[in-house]
Design a protein around this ligand. Structure first.
Ligand SMILES: [Zn+2]
Length: 309
């Protein structure tokens, strides 16, 4: 049987990240968990109903919206191997306590994030087989953090861009500066080098979920629009970052282009607070912690843009 995929879009509060299940006649492989345990509970129930044997859960990078839910999935699927590339394993190990502390906030409620993180097993070979078809993992991609990885399924010509590309969901430039965003753009463009028919973005809205379902059925169609969308978003963000003079102006300029995009809209507020700590009015969504102590990279440093005031 030709492989198929099913994308699970997680909740607004869970950053509208997604997980992708690749499956054959009997076996299945899951790419990424969710941030919120409730989202992984919902997804686990759906996967159980599909009556597939989940052999592996692959984690794409150290951001918690891709691995916190392992806390639920490891109990729901005790036979599934939880795997990641060696860099991701190291990054999750180095950030695990920071991330649990960072996100243990009222916004999520005490039962929706794990008490501790689950560390995946490192894989030596960057590929696994699913019913005779290859699933290939590659690292060294720039995305919404350092050390992103990408998944390629040659038999389907499908790429999981994970957090290299988003679509109709605010990007997360909080952890990148002007220089890193140049490399990020290069990585986004490089997704097309696979010559994919479909690129599944790492975060998106409901409408894209529907498109991803439709293009799977209609082999004459392709969907790689998240590439152009993400590059344009970074261009707009860089322009606004250079021109805005205070918090309200930054939000006004971003909203001029992306006011209609609801998925992860709070991230734009957090950006405003980090860039303009003095001029953000009370209605701007509060940060989940103190600047300098949040959104750190696996080395404990901050990769984001410096404050402008
Ligand atoms: Zn993410």
């Amino acid at each position: 049987m030709t492989l198929r995929y099913r994308v699970f879009l997680h909740s607004y509060l869970g950053f509208n990240s997604n997980s992708t299940l690749f499956y054959g006649e009997k076996d299945a492989v899951l790419i990424d968990a969710s941030q919120l345990l409730s989202d992984s509970h919902v997804m686990a129930a759906e996967i159980i109903r599909m009556r597939k044997n989940l052999t592996h859960i692959y984690v794409s990078h150290f951001h918690p919206d891709h691995h916190f839910g392992l806390y639920v999935l490891k109990h729901a699927f005790p036979n599934a191997k939880i795997i990641a590339l060696p860099t991701t394993v190291k990054d999750i190990a180095f950030t695990s306590s920071d991330k649990v502390e960072l996100w243990a906030i009222d916004r999520f409620g005490k039962d929706d994030i794990p008490k501790q993180t689950t560390i995946p097993m490192p894989i030596r070979e960057p590929r696994i087989e699913l019913e005779g078809e290859e699933i290939v993992f590659s690292d060294g991609w720039e995305g919404d953090s350092v050390d992103n990885t990408v998944v390629w399924v040659p038999s389907l010509r499908v790429v999981c861009a994970t957090d290299v590309a988003f679509h109709d969901c605010h990007l997360w430039p909080i952890e990148s500066n002007v220089e890193r965003r140049k490399k990020w753009r290069e990585s986004i463009t490089k997704l097309l080098d696979f010559d994919p028919r479909i690129i599944i973005p790492g975060h998106h809205d409901e409408a894209k979920l529907k498109i991803l379902e439709e293009v799977q059925e209609d082999k004459t169609r392709s969907y790689t629009d998240c590439v152009d969308w993400s590059i344009k978003y970074l261009d707009v963000y860089d322009e606004v970052y250079q021109t805005a003079k205070n918090g309200p102006e930054f939000l006004e300029l971003m909203n001029k282009y992306y006011g209609h995009v609801k998925a992860e809209d709070f991230a734009v507020h957090w950006l405003a607070r980090l860039l303009f700590p003095r001029t953000c009015p009370d209605w701007v969504t509060p940060l989940p912690g103190e600047p300098g102590k949040i959104f750190l990279n696996p080395d404990g440093g901050f990769d984001g843009d410096p404050p402008k005031e």
